[in-house]
Design a protein around this ligand. Structure first.
Ligand code: SAM
Length: 329
């Protein structure tokens, strides 16, 4: 029986955060301080969760954090995940989201372990601006080297995610369009969401999809690519066929009705929505000795309660009970 919620959405996409530590302090995500952490679990615990979920309809697994590549043993974890099968008996679609800082040396071992794809977060194509946003000196060249190493290793397609924040990096839109064409990567702009630790979000800090498209069109004409229902990004190619861009617009064009995701936090809680007001203690069930069948029943019940949609920008909006770094984006 497929894993569906009460709105009929099939849940096929799992994100596992393997740490909520991060070596970057991006202004749209973290505070400038070290911040509290919820901690993490031994890899076999995440692996059991993933195995049970793959037996219930999950076919895509993304490893995230915090910064997942900080975690020793991540390559062996990928190797173990690559041995799992979905309910059709097929290998999983395995991806990692990373800030790219350690990717240059890890791209090939990750590929060899069975990773399919990588998404790299990068919020400026200018080293100084990059340092101001990440609050880390000299990261830019590591990330660029990481993207190139991922390309050489055959981790394909490479997606580069850029969160746009008005006043910080909206002047990077056209430089990123050029970057996508030159580097052969898919650059995706993400609308800033109220999930940051410093609570600086306001409606006018968001650079909305329509404005992004209009700005890129002034540089070169975009043509929208018909996208699959489950895809969160609107996809565009340039009229001359060189380069692809995407825009993830949860604020101006929400896609909750098509959401196919659940998340497991680094401390083993299920979150059914980025904006959930609470989480569900899957690891707690395991600690109490639950069998796989009992875990499945717990997950099915939790998924039934998945929120219909987020309420960003509405008068009844209540901030999520965790910020992005502690959820796993
Ligand atoms: N450390 C990894 C990275 O940098 O990609 C993985 C974790 S990070 C929390 C995952 C994604 O969340 C990144 O692409 C990041 O840009 C995005 N993100 C973080 N805070 C966000 C916010 N307030 N609004 C939109 N996206 C955000």
């Amino acid at each position: 029986m497929p894993l569906t919620d009460k709105f009929g959405r099939a849940i096929t996409d799992l994100r596992i955060s393997i740490t909520d530590r991060c070596n970057y302090k991006c202004i749209y995500c973290r505070t400038g301080n070290d911040g509290a952490i919820y901690g993490d679990l031994p890899f076999p615990e995440y692996l059991r969760m993933a195995r049970v979920l793959c037996g219930m309809g999950i076919s895509k697994v993304r490893i995230t954090g915090g910064e997942p590549l900080l975690r020793k043993g991540v390559i062996d974890f990928v190797r173990s995940l690559a041995e799992l099968r979905n309910t059709q008996g097929e290998p999983l679609d395995l991806a990692v989201t990373t800030n790219g800082d350690l990717l240059a040396e890890m791209a090939q071992p990750l590929k060899d372990a069975g990773l399919n794809r990588v998404t790299v977060s990068m919020d400026a194509v200018d080293p100084d601006r990059f340092a101001r946003i990440t609050r880390v000196a000299n990261g830019y060249h590591n990330v660029l080297a990481g993207i190139r190493a991922a390309r050489s290793a055959g981790l394909w397609p490479i997606k580069v995610n850029c969160v746009l924040m008005r006043g910080f990096n909206e002047d990077q839109i056209i430089p990123f369009a050029m970057f996508a064409r030159e580097e052969g990567v898919v650059v995706r702009f993400i609308e800033f969401m109220p999930l940051e630790e410093e609570r600086v979000w306001a409606p006018d800090t968001v650079v909305p999809l329509d404005e992004i498209v209009a700005r890129i069109n002034e540089y070169r004409r975009l043509v929208e690519i018909p996208h699959q229902r489950s895809e969160t990004a609107r996809r565009y190619r340039f009229e001359d066929g060189i380069g692809e861009m995407g825009i993830i617009a949860p604020v101006s064009h929400p896609f909750c009705g098509r959401c196919s995701r659940i998340r497991i936090t680094s401390d083993g809680k299920i979150r059914t929505c980025l904006f959930s007001a609470w989480d569900h203690d899957l690891y707690g069930q395991m600690q109490r000795g639950a069998s796989d069948a009992e875990l499945s029943a717990f997950i099915r019940d939790v998924v039934q309660r998945k929120e219909e949609r987020h309420h960003i920008g509405e008068p009844d909006f209540v901030p999520a009970s965790r910020t992005m770094v502690h959820i796993g984006g």
